[in-house]
Design a protein around this ligand. Structure first.
Ligand SMILES: *[C@@H]1O[C@H](CO)[C@@H](O)[C@H](O)[C@H]1NC(C)=O
Ligand SMILES: *[C@@H]1O[C@H](CO)[C@@H](O)[C@H](O)[C@H]1NC(C)=O
Ligand SMILES: *[C@@H]1O[C@H](CO)[C@@H](O)[C@H](O)[C@H]1NC(C)=O
Ligand SMILES: *[C@@H]1O[C@H](CO)[C@@H](O)[C@H](O)[C@H]1NC(C)=O
Ligand SMILES: *[C@@H]1O[C@H](CO)[C@@H](O)[C@H](O)[C@H]1NC(C)=O
Ligand SMILES: *[C@@H]1O[C@H](CO)[C@@H](O)[C@H](O)[C@H]1NC(C)=O
Ligand SMILES: *[C@@H]1O[C@H](CO)[C@@H](O)[C@H](O)[C@H]1NC(C)=O
Length: 786
């Protein structure tokens, strides 16, 4: 891989040197050092480049050669950072093709650093875009145990929390193999409910972990790889397929360098000069050995060894090295060299008098300083100026320039690891994240091109808790990230019509929640109506009873001359029957929607009519008592016999109730009212009695009258006659009092329309009691035994 980067640099420089348009008459040279990803080696190489001697003496210029223009590298952030600090002192432009660390964005610390890889923040944001696209809000992070891993994790955590994505675990991959640490990691991965795991690690560190995960048969996890792992061929072996298939990740943008494949295929130990690795390369390529001093010995003893001849054909090899269509880092190296060349070209083609420096001067390409010190313009940077402002279109048609932080436009490819026909893995491009594209076009992914672990085409899920449907609200779990929650049904009267809502809304006062708690529905309006069975039955019973009472009344009037009617104080009987008819009829004002008039009338009418009927009974009783007592000789009760006494009793007793009711209606009249409190799901239209005291006084007065008549009748029950009116009155009053005593608890314990129904029932029962006990025996005689 790295050898290919090196070849890309050589290829680019040779191409530029042959290009008559780019830097004509100028030949670029190069020196290439390997930092081995070690900071000190990187620094040493940098110093050699600056000073120009094998032994690095800081601050000495030991060269007498062409100026050093640009440094391309390093590949990793660690080495690039220290190189950039050193190069920043001299202001040598440095273009890195692989260092993504965020800190390198700092222009104060690293004034001469440029790069054409996206930085860590862009990487984090790209990961977030992917996670959000698939609705994964529950992730794990595995990062290598280096500064790079730590800083990347930090940046990723910040972006995750901004995007409301939770972290199930965040673990470090050891960079030195440790069985216990790896086993612990595998346990964490196995136990966690997280399905999506972001890997921020060099491929070298992740391989031991993946081998172990594979051993434990962990499947169904989605590995989200970053650019350092996304294209690592070493993970694509067939025995890891069941674990790693379906991985998705971001990779550096792919480029297909024209002509590069031929260049690689033409590398040959006999044709290529000044390439010290070429023999080793050939050895690796064909697995042969060059005949030289060392190996001659072994060849003699080891007949099996193949000798390299130089006639081997590299075109016959099908290895990833030659597959330049997916070059990513290699492409970056190639672009970095071209960027440097274009900057130099701009410097070279500067026409005097139009230059960017003091007095519009130009720099000289044969002798220029990395920066130009003039008396007034202290840091008039020469080549650095041109690198900063470089802007060109490369051979692939891509625009290349640096922003004010020294970064190229950020583009990532989205890749998916899919199973090949021969059971291995391949990296398939499924989309692109282009940060310079307008919103909406910046994230392109072909969902139908994706395959997941186990060959699924369904997008797997990774959430801590499934989202709450409408009607439920989220309730956080203690000590757990906010993505983990329980769904709790909204309580009655509260709703939510959104998924994942954190609160339930109260319904308006005249509305109530439906059963699914996702809508407020108008509350049912309740009153005892004629249309419903209960109302209709009560109304018809009361009509029927009043008709019956009416018939009895007619019968009494018709048979007014029969002894039984005459003996029973005709006028009082008529009055009582009339009162009973009214009693039954007054039920009707209790049924139907309460209006101002009916509310005002119903209790008053009921009170007065009942007082009237009970006082009729009382009068009747007293008349009976007097009638019998007065038959005894010398009784001074004789003067009370007649119509005056009963009429007086009826009048007085009734008028008192009338007064009571008038006082009630005047002081606090009953009125219709919407009751929304007593039953949450209903609005009850009811009559507010205005004054409960008045209501109970009215009822109490009625009860008192009834009790008095009951007692009088009870005392008179044993009067010595075969026909004893008092006994019937006793019975009827017993029924009456019992009904109204039972009425009190029933009335107090019911609500709404049933409260009204109870009262109607009591009215019907007590009136029927009067009718049945007092008048039916007489009707029996009138009709059946005349
Ligand atoms: C390159 O060199 C040739 C011959 O010396 C000269 O004719 C030509 O003008 C030069 N081109 C540039 C761009 O300097
Ligand atoms: C070093 O010195 C030589 C000769 O004095 C000069 O040509 C060369 O440009 C200098 N190099 C740098 C990097 O200053
Ligand atoms: C994994 O699966 C293989 C074959 O199915 C089995 O032999 C092995 O014991 C399993 N390993 C674990 C750790 O379950
Ligand atoms: C610019 O040119 C003017 C006149 O030619 C001269 O006086 C001045 O010193 C120059 N400035 C610099 C910075 O070279
Ligand atoms: C990214 O988007 C910009 C602006 O639309 C476009 O010019 C550029 O070519 C795109 N890059 C790639 C690699 O498609
Ligand atoms: C998406 O992928 C499917 C399957 O690979 C392919 O058939 C289709 O053409 C792709 N669509 C786009 C817009 O690239
Ligand atoms: C949810 O209810 C609110 C308020 O009643 C309403 O404005 C909104 O449109 C409803 N949303 C949905 C998705 O029904």
């Amino acid at each position: 891989r790295l050898y290919r980067w090196l070849q890309a640099m050589i290829f680019a420089i040779e191409e530029i040197n042959q290009n008559s348009k780019l830097l004509p008459n100028i030949t670029l040279g190069y020196e290439i050092y390997d930092s081995c990803f070690i900071v000190s080696r990187g620094l040493e190489a940098t110093m050699r480049l600056i000073i120009g001697k094998e032994e690095p003496f800081p601050n000495y210029n030991c060269t007498s050669r062409t100026p050093l223009a640009v440094i391309i590298g390093g590949a990793a952030s660690g080495t690039s950072i220290s190189m950039a600090r050193l190069l920043g002192v001299y202001n040598y432009p440095q273009i890195s093709y692989g260092a993504g660390a965020d800190i390198l964005n700092d222009r104060h610390q690293f004034p001469s650093f440029f790069r054409n890889v996206p930085d860590g923040n862009i990487r984090s944001r790209s990961i977030i875009k992917l996670l959000l696209h698939f609705g994964w809000t529950w992730t794990g992070i595995l990062a290598e145990d280096t500064d790079f891993g730590e800083l990347s994790t930090q940046s990723l955590r910040e972006e995750l929390s901004k995007a409301d994505i939770c972290i199930g675990f965040s673990e470090i991959i050891p960079i030195v193999y440790s069985t216990s640490k790896i086993n612990r990691l595998v346990e964490v991965i196995k136990k966690s409910s997280v399905n999506v795991i972001v890997i921020i690690s060099n491929e070298a560190y992740i391989i031991p972990l993946m081998e172990e995960v594979n051993q434990h048969n962990v499947t169904g996890k989605i590995w989200m790889t970053t650019e350092s792992t996304s294209t690592s061929i070493s993970l694509f072996s067939s025995h890891l397929v069941r674990t790693l298939a379906g991985a998705i990740g971001i990779a550096l943008h792919r480029g297909n360098i024209p002509g590069f494949r031929d260049f690689l295929l033409n590398l040959h130990p006999f044709k290529t000069h000044n390439n010290i690795y070429i023999e080793d390369y050939w050895k690796e390529l064909f697995g042969c050995t060059w005949p030289n001093q060392d190996t001659y010995q072994s060849v003699e003893t080891n007949v099996g060894i193949r000798l390299c001849r130089g006639t081997e054909e590299s075109t016959e090899l099908n290895i990833p090295f030659f597959d330049v269509s997916v070059s990513r880092f290699t492409n970056n190296v190639y672009n970095a060299v071209y960027t440097a060349a274009h900057a130099l070209h701009d410097l070279y083609t500067c026409s005097p008098g139009e230059g960017p420096f003091g007095n519009r001067t130009c720099a000289n390409i044969y002798y220029f300083e990395p920066w130009q010190v003039r008396k007034l313009y202290i840091t008039d940077l020469q080549l650095l100026h041109y690198v900063k402002n470089v802007h060109f279109i490369n051979k692939l048609g891509e625009e290349i320039y640096f922003d004010e932080k020294g970064n190229s436009p950020a583009v990532y490819d989205i890749v998916n690891w899919q199973v090949t026909t021969d059971g291995g893995l391949k990296c398939v491009e499924v989309g692109m994240i282009n940060f310079s594209a307008p919103p909406g076009k910046d994230f392109i992914i072909n969902n139908s091109a994706l395959t997941w672990n186990g060959g699924d085409t369904q997008i797997p899920r990774s959430v801590c808790s499934e989202s709450c449907p409408p009607g439920y609200r989220k309730a956080a779990r203690r000590w757990q990230p906010f993505c983990c929650f329980d769904c709790i049904r909204c309580s009655e009267g509260k709703i939510t019509n959104k998924t994942d809502s954190s609160d339930c809304m109260e319904c308006p006062y005249d509305h109530w929640s439906n059963d699914r708690r996702d809508k407020c529905v108008p509350k049912a309006i309740e009153f005892l109506s004629y249309k419903e069975p209960l109302g209709a039955v009560l109304a018809s019973v009361s009509t029927f009873c009043s008709l019956t009472s009416g018939i009895v009344l007619l019968a009494f009037i018709r048979h007014r001359d029969t002894p039984i009617v005459k003996a029973n104080n005709r006028e009082l009987s008529y009055l009582l029957l009339l009162a009973i008819v009214l009693c039954f009829l007054c039920c009707l004002i209790f049924i139907g929607q309460p209006l101002v008039v009916t509310c005002l009338l119903r209790q008053a009418a009921f009170g007065v009519i009942f007082a009237f009927s009970v006082s009729c009974v009382l009068a009747k009783t007293i008349v009976v008592v007097i009638a019998f007592k007065a038959t005894k000789p010398n009784s001074n009760l004789k003067k009370w016999v007649g119509h005056r006494l009963p009429n007086g009793i009826i009048f007085v007793c009734t008028i008192m109730q009338v007064i009571l009711c008038i006082a009630w209606l005047i002081s606090s009249p009953p009125f219709p009212e919407l009751n929304i409190k007593s039953q949450p799901r209903k609005i009850i239209i009811e009559c507010n009695e205005g004054s409960a005291v008045a209501f109970w006084c009215m009822l109490g007065y009625m009860g008192q009258l009834a009790i008095v008549s009951f007692m009088v009748a009870f005392l008179a029950r044993n009067l010595p006659e075969s026909f004893n009116e008092a006994r019937f009155i006793t019975f009827s009053m017993l029924v009456f009092v019992t009904v109204w005593l039972a009425f009190i608890p029933a009335y107090l314990s019911t609500k709404g329309k049933y409260m009204v129904a109870v009262e109607i029932f009591a009215i019907l029962a007590s009136s029927a009691g009067l009718l049945a006990c007092i008048f039916f025996p007489k009707c029996y005689i009138i009709f059946l035994k005349p």
